[in-house]
Design a binder for this molecule. Structure first.
Ligand SMILES: CC(C)(COP(=O)(O)OP(=O)(O)OC[C@H]1O[C@@H](n2cnc3c(N)ncnc32)[C@H](O)[C@@H]1OP(=O)(O)O)[C@@H](O)C(=O)NCCC(=O)NCCS
Length: 155
């Protein structure tokens, strides 16, 4: 079951965040996102938060800021479900493309994004903190074109 993320969820969200990432977000970052009105989603398994995602929307562009599944229940399709929900939200709120950044070392996340239709469009050098200095970010994007555009007859 998926529902919007609220401030009251942040203890449970942080519990997952701290176990899922070597360089986790702080609670303050989640709070800033919620206060900015960004749509967050939590995924509940047996009433417990097992994953979440955060999207930002500006003009006609959306950005997947975080998508995360509890390490105890990863590789069961929950990440894909969350990502699809964020992309669906972007689409219904009028975005024409969705961006995200990912560490080049995060091969499972990259595989997920590729399989959902994201393409690599560039790199941000030294974007992330890493054990030995900094790590680049891979920038990925997906166009949310309407089906009728792709099926228009040639001129
Ligand atoms: C990335 C993440 C959200 C994926 O969620 P998940 O529930 O584990 O993934 P899913 O079960 O939905 O799998 C989706 C795809 O991811 C890839 N994947 C998932 N687990 C994988 C693994 N252990 N090894 C390799 N690829 C894997 C596969 O391509 C998979 O597709 P498939 O099942 O058709 O092979 C999750 O691993 C996670 O939270 N990681 C830590 C936080 C993080 O790095 N988030 C992304 C930041 S950009």
């Amino acid at each position: 079951m998926m529902r919007p993320m609220f401030e009251d969820d942040l203890d449970a969200v942080m519990d997952v965040e701290l176990r899922a990432y070597p360089f986790p977000w702080t609670r303050g970052i989640f709070l800033d996102c919620l206060h900015a009105g960004y749509p967050g989603r939590v995924l509940l398994l047996d009433g417990v938060i097992a994953g979440y995602g955060m999207l930002s929307l500006a003009a006609d562009e959306a950005h997947v800021l975080n998508v995360c599944v509890d390490p105890q229940v990863q590789s069961r399709g929950h990440g894909r479900q969350l990502l699809r929900e964020l992309v669906r939200l972007a689409r219904v709120r009028g975005a024409v493309r969705v961006f995200l950044e990912v560490r080049p070392s995060n091969t499972s996340a990259i595989a997920l994004y590729h399989s959902e239709g994201f393409n690599e469009i560039g790199r941000r050098p030294r974007y992330y903190p890493a054990q030995s200095g900094r790590e680049d970010a891979l920038v990925m994007a997906m166009e949310l074109v309407d089906d009728d555009i792709t099926t228009m007859p040639p001129l």
